[in-house]
Design a protein around this ligand. Structure first.
Ligand SMILES: Cc1cc2nc3c(=O)[nH]c(=O)nc-3n(C[C@H](O)[C@H](O)[C@H](O)COP(=O)(O)O)c2cc1C
Length: 184
C-alpha cells in the first residue's frame, strides 16, 4: 500500500495544526522536526519507505524556518544516492501576513523535491476569490503551488481559519490519491 508522510517544523503550533489537517486528508503519518532541527528516531527510515513526502514549515524571514533547512541539508544523504527519486512531493506553509512571502517557502520545497528527483504535486484546487469569499473558504489566499495558510500575528494555533485547514486536507487527499494511482 503506497503511503504518505508529512514532515514538518512548527515553532509556535500554527504549522503543526495545518500539518494535522494535511495528514488527516492524506491518511498519513506525521513526523515533526524538533526545535533543534532533528527528526525523531526512525524518521529517516520512514521517509525512505514512503511513496509520497509532504514538506511543511512556517515562513520565517521570507523562507522556511532554519530547523526545516537543517533537515533539508541533512537530506543530502539520500540525495547522494538519489534514493528519494520518483517519490511524490508537495508542501504547505503558514505565515502571519496574507502574502508574507510564503511563495518563497513553497518554492524552496519545490526545488528541494527537484534536487531529489521527485515529482511535484500542487494544490489542484481553484481559488475562492469572489466578493463573497471568506477565510472559511478553501484556497482563499489563491495559491496553486501548495497549501498556503495565514495565521494573524495575534491569533493562536486554535484560531486557524477553517478555509486554510480545509486547504490542507485537500492537498493531503490529492497527494495520497495520486500515490495510490501510481502504485507502490
Ligand atoms: C522569526 C520569525 C520570522 C517570521 N517571518 C515572517 C515572514 O517572513 N512573513 C510572515 O508573513 N510572517 C512571518 N512570521 C510569522 C510566522 O510566519 C507566523 O507566526 C506563523 O503562523 C508561525 O507558524 P508556527 O506557529 O508554526 O511557528 C515570522 C515569525 C517569526 C517567529
Amino acid at each position: 500500500m503506497p503511503h504518505t508522510i508529512v514532515v514538518y517544523h512548527s515553532g509556535y503550533g500554527h504549522t503543526q495544526r495545518l500539518a494535522q489537517a494535511v495528514a488527516e486528508g492524506a491518511g498519513a503519518q506525521s513526523i515533526a522536526i524538533d526545535a533543534d532541527g532533528n527528526l525523531p528516531e526512525g524518521g529517516w527510515e520512514a521517509l525512505q519507505a514512503a511513496q509520497a513526502i509532504i514538506f511543511g514549515a512556517p515562513t520565517y524571514m521570507g523562507g522556511p524556518s532554519w530547523q526545516f533547512k537543517k533537515f533539508a541539508d541533512a537530506s543530502s544523504k539520500p540525495w547522494f544516492s538519489q534514493s528519494w527519486k520518483d517519490k511524490l512531493f508537495a508542501g504547505f506553509t503558514c505565515s502571519a501576513s496574507v502574502n508574507g512571502d510564503k511563495q518563497v517557502t513553497l518554492d524552496y520545497f519545490f526545488h528541494l523535491a527537484m534536487q531529489h528527483g521527485g515529482l511535484w504535486v500542487g494544490l489542484g484546487h481553484l481559488p475562492s476569490n469572489t466578493k463573497a469569499a471568506t477565510r472559511n473558504d478553501a484556497n482563499w489566499i489563491g495559491t496553486f503551488s501548495g497549501a498556503a495558510a495565514q495565521a494573524p500575528a495575534d491569533a493562536s494555533a486554535g484560531e486557524m481559519f477553517a478555509g486554510d485547514l480545509e486547504n490542507g486536507r485537500i492537498l493531503g487527499q490529492r497527494v495520497a490519491q495520486l500515490a495510490a494511482r501510481l502504485g507502490a
